[in-house]
Design a protein around this ligand. Structure first.
Ligand code: 7RM
Length: 648
């Protein structure tokens, strides 16, 4: 059933939509944009202006809107008492929460007052560092309501990572919690923020929401309690806040993501294009039907959570389920209990979670009522066929289409995916581009790869034209945006991924072709991990590569030259130094970047010009020690044998 005029309901409709979007992108997206609430419509001709050489991309520039009116106000007429957010706490015996559209609207407006009362202005950068509680979504939306730019930092990042992001964005406000619950762990968020703020003279206020009642120290004049601030607004009887009219191209948020250099980039998304695209893809990829409960298991700290917990589902008036905890707490049946409890219709998760749960066998699935499920989805990394079939058979019971959605922080929403039950699925393949997405494969010289007859071809995945949610810049450094994404091949956006394309036009993503790792669906730059390892006083040099990991997809393998005071120890087990190094990485980046394996070496394979030959290190980490390819250009070929012998 078509719930929206632009909901694609057959393969031929998909083909028509795709063709129209290629012939006249401006008109195609303007037809969809008509359905939103605008303060001021665009003038004809302003639908799209772009070039990839600067790059410049403008969708509907000059038009005005506020995204929260499209997420909240717009639904008050018919969905005021309909659940917008459902919240499942970390501990299954704690009561959950339900926020109707009206309640969420009121909370967002009240918190918008709090922000205003504390001096937050349109365009200010607000860093949000919270656990997965409804107040996180409220904070995000309140920023959007007043036109402040949110920069959500995942709760697993260290004080140093936060400090770097605060500095890069010149953020003036922080919203955090006393602590967060994640599985058996408590994370002292406020205390991490206190560390991140040492030496920071830019942040003016820190608003702290109570969750764990972990003791915190509040700095006079700087730190405020969320509850106190909200109470003041409530006592004044305020439940509305006039939405700030924003230009279509005003920034909505910054989200930091890892690249091939050591420093994460602040990807910038803008208001109208992001709204349009997350809405359109939510409705079409998942074939969302009114009344459905959508459960995206990502954290709002990642792009998946931004787009498919908050913005996409709420733009559609859907019920979005927010889960505070982890899939294995208190046991590996947690997701299935949640599906049963809330009668979840769409389940959207990462292959790494599926593989990890597969490892517990069928016990945790048995006896769980999963009959509410209609559509399953995956995101974040390639899904292996074994996991795909397990998901299909044991979770979908062979009755739920699975969408494999390929996209990136930079793309804002899904670019390649089958449409649930509408276009064919192919296990391991993300399949077809969304309307508006003009893909091509190129070889290393930038020459387009064209199939001869029915062969499957491979190449570097590029995009030749802008879709509405393409990143606009990297915060504070537009040149970096150009060199990172638009300079490898002239007039193309380069994804950094390699891909295959079959005779039917289906795409299969083979993985990154740059120095970016994908560990449990999280993007981590090898250079970032190396920098962190090198901070350890005894480390002389290091080289980090990925290797195939059964559950995580990729594991992190670090080769380390060590000459510190524990040098003796590295000749023995080296365990003490390993522990030290892991602690350093946790302190500098966060636990997600901890190497799985550390091998101490006396040298690294380098070319005469001093470049580390990662290809060789990758092969050794993968266990492929026989075919290392040409090593004749190495400065000291002998080091390779030593490294092979010492493989961990
Ligand atoms: C949404 C997200 C992006 C990188 C991307 C790919 C990999 C994501 C898939 C995938 C194969 C998929 N954003 N990736 N989805 N690979 N199949 N369905 O994950 O910015 O954090 O990562 O993730 O390499 O470039 S992200």
């Amino acid at each position: 059933m078509k719930a929206y005029p632009y909901q694609i309901s057959s393969l031929s409709e998909y083909q028509d939509a795709y063709q129209q979007s290629m012939e006249n992108p401006a008109q195609f997206w303007a037809h969809i944009a008509e359905h939103f609430h605008w303060h001021k419509k665009w003038t004809p001709g302003a639908e799209l202006n772009w070039n990839f050489s600067e790059p410049k991309v403008e969708w509907f520039k000059g038009a005005q809107l506020n995204i929260t009116e499209n997420l909240l106000d717009r639904h008050l007429a018919d969905k005021a008492h309909h659940p917008a957010l459902l919240w499942e706490p970390n501990a299954p015996d704690e009561a959950g929460r339900l926020l109707t559209y009206k309640k969420l609207y009121e909370k967002v407006c009240q918190f918008a007052h709090v922000l205003k009362n504390n001096g937050v202005q349109k365009g200010d950068r607000v860093c949000i560092y919270m656990g997965m509680i409804p107040e996180l979504a409220i904070a995000v939306l309140a920023c959007a309501r007043i036109g402040a730019i949110h920069s959500v930092v995942f709760g697993g990042f260290s004080a140093q990572s936060i400090a770097d992001r605060l500095y890069d964005a010149q953020a003036t406000f922080i919203i955090t919690c006393d602590g967060a619950y994640r599985g058996a762990k408590d994370i002292p968020l406020k205390s991490v923020i206190d560390d991140a703020l040492i030496g920071n003279h830019v942040v003016e206020k820190v608003i702290v929401c109570t969750r764990t009642r972990t003791p915190v120290s509040m700095l006079k004049g700087r730190d405020l309690w969320w509850e106190d601030e909200m109470q003041r607004v409530e006592e004044m009887g305020l439940t509305d806040f006039p939405a700030e009219p924003m230009d279509a191209e005003d920034p909505l948020f910054i989200l930091y993501t890892s690249g091939s250099t050591g420093k994460p980039k602040g990807v910038v998304h803008t208001v109208a294009g992001y709204l349009l695209y997350t809405h359109y893809t939510f409705v079409n990829v998942f074939q969302y039907q009114p009344g459905w409960v959508h459960f995206c298991t990502a954290d709002i700290g990642w792009i998946t959570g931004h787009s498919y917990i908050v913005y996409g589902p709420l733009s559609a008036g859907a019920t979005s389920l927010l889960f505070e905890g982890v899939p294995t707490f208190p046991d590996a049946g947690r997701f299935w209990d949640i599906v049963d409890k809330y009668k979840v219709n769409i389940l959207y998760t990462a292959p790494t979670a599926i593989r990890s749960l597969m490892g517990f066998g069928l016990g945790p699935v048995q006896g769980k009522n999963l009959s509410s499920l209609k559509v399953l989805g995956t995101v974040g990394e390639p899904i292996n066929e074994e996991a795909w079939h397990w998901y299909d058979q044991h979770i979908g019971k062979g009755k739920c289409p699975i969408v494999d959605t390929w996209w990136q922080t930079e793309t804002g929403g899904c670019l390649i995916s089958n449409l649930a039950g509408i276009t064919p699925a192919k296990p391991g393949w993300a399949t077809l581009p969304m309307p508006g997405v003009k893909l091509l494969l190129v070889d290393e010289n930038g020459k387009e790869v064209v199939a001869q007859g029915e062969e499957t071809v491979s190449g570097n995945l590029c995009i030749a034209a802008p879709w509405p949610a393409i990143l606009r810049t990297t915060y504070g450094d537009h040149q970096r945006c150009r060199t990172n994404y638009f300079a490898a091949y002239p007039d193309l956006y380069f994804t950094g991924d390699g891909a295959l394309r079959d005779k039917d036009g289906n795409y299969r993503i083979t993985g990154r072709v740059d120095d970016v790792l994908n560990v449990s669906g999280h993007r981590i730059g090898t250079a970032e991990v190396e920098n962190a390892i090198n901070m350890h006083a005894g480390v002389v040099e290091s080289a980090v590569v990925g290797y195939p990991h059964e559950v995580k997809g990729q594991g992190i393998y670090a080769y380390v030259i060590y000459q510190g005071s524990h040098a003796q120890d590295t000749h023995g087990s080296g365990d003490l130094v390993r522990k030290d190094i892991l602690q350093t990485v946790t302190r500098i980046i966060g636990a997600i970047a901890k190497p799985d394996k550390i091998q101490f070496v006396s040298g690294l394979p380098k070319t005469r010009s001093g470049k580390i030959m990662r290809r060789i290190l990758r092969k050794i980490a993968e266990g492929e020690t026989d075919q290392l390819g040409d090593t004749s250009t190495l400065l000291d070929p002998g080091v390779v044998d030593e490294i092979k012998r010492g493989r961990v």
